[in-house]
Write a protein that binds this ligand. Structure first.
Ligand SMILES: *Cc1c(COP(=O)(O)O)cnc(C)c1O
Length: 572
């Protein structure tokens, strides 16, 4: 460790020497900076944290969300109410004197900037810039453009992307970054930055811009790809960009930001091997690669496991490949650390839902965005059968927000509440409101089994299961996204349903998943939990040694450095 910190002292602390700009619409830097909605933002935060730990010369650029995503409350029937999250950026971020201007329609809109420093384990700083148009120079209407993440209609959405992409590049120039020659478009939201790069360097420079851009696509689900009518784009953007767009899209209407990103990036990747394959099919582009997601190990490991790892696996948090040594941790220590984390979860459940759950009962968790394709209610497909299998043996904890405009997602939450009612006195099920980074951490570390059953192949990667793997929590999941690469049946966890053969978004027999879910729960998971604790604990160690060692953002960022940024992580 001494040697490593000495090396970091030699790395430049001059922030203007950063070379890679990571553009993202959301970034979960702290739970109290509510400028994120879910998985994409958490991944961005974990990426920036790992870059800082590893000394990767990166800056982050994102949009300040004045009112966050939203705070969720649920009534007794599971109806969701959304309220604005008021927060004061002054308490968390530093406002800088720098500003820039962009044009929206015919209006000049002033963009100001706030800085947050992500400080790595050895003190290396990755600065993150939050763009903001809520300044007195702008009209009331324009000041609200960055009020809410993914809020408002198409118009606001496009304006937010102009602020992020075009405003972001101009702000980097104003902040004095001279060495940046790699731009990472984290999802299509950031694609307008490429248009600004073209404008900066002159008309005929598509190829040069392309050499500098890297694009990561994050979902095969259509709702995740921004599409705008050409007329709207023409209304909002300055004519100079419209000319480029006509050229780039060859008249395509509506305007798909993913298409722009694909055409203007040298390197494009999906976020798991399967998602790479699905994306190659979807975009008919054989060059799309894959870099499987990860999570930031130190952020998502519970306190009791951090303590354990510090003792038995020194260096795990700067090089998580050391997790292979988890096999040598004594069984009783693993179990003790797990019971501490589980106790914390049960306290959270008691505080939030007023229900005292049983520390010794098999506890299954499910928490993620309440989108219909994630099928949070799948386990309640046959309540009679579930009671037969799991009555008195299993308890469940759920959490997740539905996007305000996602009627189907909201229905899924109501379905779960209906099941909770019907299972009263037979199986304990609780729904924790307002899923966020904090409850996410407590849930993924505190349950015994982490359940995931999306419709294949819609889960591009999934990251919450990687958090659970860091805490010895066993995954029970459909073979989709990261789990295809991570699941060794009965060794690291369990699969639900058939092998993943779908190359595209296609419907398939839901019954197969449901049957397998019930079968395995009854015949394998419940008996193992209650009757063979030593094998259970061996599986906990397996998932740490085999899954956490790989599915972390330290490995992921190094892979981007090698394959996409062409900065060797070995430059130290
Ligand atoms: C990790 C995390 C997610 C992403 O989880 P998935 O398994 O990818 O759906 C979403 N929201 C929060 C708050 C998280 O912590």
């Amino acid at each position: 460790m001494e040697r490593t910190s000495a090396i970091f002292k030699r790395l430049s602390q001059d922030k203007s020497k950063r070379e890679i700009a990571y553009f993202t619409m959301e970034a979960a830097l702290e739970n109290d900076i509510p400028s994120f909605s879910g998985g994409l933002g958490v991944l961005a935060g974990d990426t920036l944290r790992s870059a800082a730990d590893l000394g990767i010369p990166m800056v982050g650029v994102t949009l300040l969300q004045q009112y966050g995503y939203f705070h969720q409350t649920l009534d007794d029937s599971g109806n969701q109410t959304e309220t604005e999250v008021k927060w004061n950026p002054d308490l968390k971020l530093t406002q800088l004197p720098n500003y820039t201007e962009i044009k929206i329609e015919n209006r000049i809109v002033r963009v100001r900037v706030w800085e947050y420093e992500v400080v790595g384990k050895y003190g290396y700083v990755v600065p993150v810039y939050f763009l903001d148009v809520n300044t007195p120079e702008n009209s009331e209407q324009d000041r609200e453009l960055n009020k809410q993440l993914y809020g408002g209609g198409q118009y606001i959405r496009l304006c937010q992307e102009v602020i992020l992409g075009i405003g972001g590049i101009r702000m980097l120039r104003d902040l004095g970054f001279r060495d940046i020659d790699r731009y990472h478009l984290n999802e299509g939201h950031a694609s307008l930055l490429a248009l600004e790069l073209i404008r900066e360097s002159g008309y005929s420079s598509y190829d040069k811009v392309k050499q500098n851009c890297v694009f990561t696509t994050h979902t095969p689900v259509p709702a995740g790809h921004d599409v705008f009518e050409f007329d709207l784009v023409k209304q909002v953007l300055s004519p100079v960009y419209i000319d480029y767009l006509r050229d780039i899209l060859e008249g395509e209407n509506p305007v798909n930001l993913t298409t722009i990103s694909l055409k203007l990036s040298r390197f494009v990747n999906g976020v798991s091997a399967k998602h790479g394959e699905v994306s190659r099919n979807m975009f008919k582009n054989p060059a799309i690669e894959s870099i499987t997601n990860g999570v930031h190990s130190a952020t998502w490991t519970s306190q009791s496991f951090r303590r354990l790892f510090n003792q038995y696996i020194p260096g795990w948090d700067i090089d998580p490949s050391h997790f292979v040594q988890a096999m040598f941790i004594p069984d009783e220590e693993i179990w003790k650390a797990h019971m501490t984390a589980k106790g914390k979860l049960l306290s959270l459940v008691e505080d939030e839902a007023g229900i005292r759950m049983d520390l010794n009962r098999l506890t299954i968790g499910f928490a993620r965005r309440a989108a219909a394709y994630k099928r949070a209610d799948l386990i309640f497909s046959d309540l009679e059968r579930l009671i037969e299998i799991a009555g008195d043996k299993v308890q469940f904890v759920f959490a997740g927000k539905a996007h305000p405009k996602d009627g189907e997602g909201k229905q899924v939450i109501r379905n779960i509440f209906a099941a909770i009612e019907q299972l009263k006195g037979k199986i304990e099920v609780v729904y924790i409101q307002n899923y966020d980074m904090h409850s996410g951490g407590v849930l993924t570390s505190g349950v015994d089994v982490w359940l995931n059953n999306p419709q294949r192949p819609r889960e591009a990667s999934g990251t919450s299961g990687m958090k659970s793997a860091h805490n010895g929590v066993l995954n029970f999941s459909v073979l989709d996204g990261w789990w295809i690469e991570a699941c060794i049946e009965g060794v690291t966890g369990w699969a639900i349903g058939p092998e993943p053969n779908e190359p595209n978004l296609s419907d398939y027999d839901e019954r197969l998943d449901i049957d397998d879910l019930y079968e395995k729960l009854e015949k394998v998971i419940i008996p193992l939990y209650y009757e063979d604790r030593s094998k259970w604990i061996r599986m906990m160690k397996n998932t740490i040694a085999l899954n956490a060692a790989y599915f972390n953002t330290h490995r992921m960022v190094k892979e981007y450095a090698l394959k996409a940024y062409h900065v060797s992580p070995l430059f130290q």
